[in-house]
Design a protein around this ligand. Structure first.
Ligand code: HEM
Length: 231
């Protein structure tokens, strides 16, 4: 196995539970510009890692981002519905599901701005991410749950900042359903945190480290999606 990115004896966040370790692993992969207090990464590598103020969003690109993202959320949501591994059943109906909201936003953007209907691209980031998620969901639950955590939690943090900023730039400040939850999302996050902590209790330290190590892949694929907007 590849060496773990966290090799000290006590892992950062460990005392608060495994999700706090996942959060630490994620925060250090932000650039300083994205999360000034905790981000450690100096130089952006992908366009989506450039400072938000340098993004040049277009309506077409944003619509593509929504379409590609919907593919990913559809996949995540069908994986937990099927619950091939019984642990996944705990992640059904969390309230954080995004596919239905995305379907509405996509239809709205097409109509409002007279944009053509689009499908996820054959070589696009949505299908690429979906196939990785399906494979991990089957063979590697700790890695799959790393992606699950990062996708849903990132969306309530940086995702919402992006949504607000981009809406100001190109959607006349219209807030999309993608960024709205049915009620306060904080208790929803708490529920998922609890479920993740419970599931991780059944993992060996090696499986936990393997889950943390997957964080980098999660950033790579999510940045691939964000690239549709950043240009
Ligand atoms: C949290 C910004 C991309 C995963 C955060 C926070 C900010 C932020 C400001 C809150 C920090 C805090 O609570 O102190 C951004 C920006 C991004 C971006 C501006 C891109 C332009 C990503 C990506 C991922 C990610 C690509 C992973 C796929 C997370 C996670 C959290 C977080 C897991 C913790 C959320 C929580 O604990 O509730 N991000 N982020 N972020 N971000 Fe990002």
């Amino acid at each position: 196995a590849a060496p773990s990115m966290v090799d000290s004896k006590t892992r950062p966040g460990e005392k608060k539970g495994f999700v706090e370790e996942m959060r630490f692993a994620a925060m250090r992969l932000h650039t300083r510009d994205q999360a000034p207090k905790q981000g450690q990464k100096e130089a952006p590598e992908q366009p989506a890692e450039q400072p938000l103020r340098q993004w040049q969003p277009t309506r077409e690109g944003y619509l593509r981002f929504l379409v590609e993202s919907k593919e990913v959320y559809n996949t995540l949501e069908s994986i937990v519905t099927d619950a091939q591994h019984s642990d996944y059943a705990r992640f059904q109906s969390t309230g954080l599901e995004r596919s239905a909201a995305l379907a509405e936003d996509i239809a709205w953007m097409q109509q409002e701005y007279a944009l053509p209907a689009t499908e996820p691209g054959d070589d696009g980031p949505g299908l690429a991410y979906s196939s990785l998620l399906r494979e991990l969901a089957e063979k590697d639950p700790p890695a799959f749950l790393c992606h699950f955590y990062n996708i849903y939690f990132a969306h309530t943090a940086g995702g919402r900042m992006i949504g607000t900023k981009v809406a100001q730039m190109i959607l006349d400040s219209k807030q999309l359903n993608f960024y709205k939850y049915d009620g306060d999302y904080k208790p929803m996050l708490d529920g998922v945190r609890q479920a993740l902590n419970d599931v991780a209790e059944g993992w060996t330290r090696e499986q936990k480290d393997h889950c943390l190590d997957e964080t980098m892949m999660s950033f790579r694929y999510s940045n691939g999606l964000l690239q549709c907007i950043a240009q």
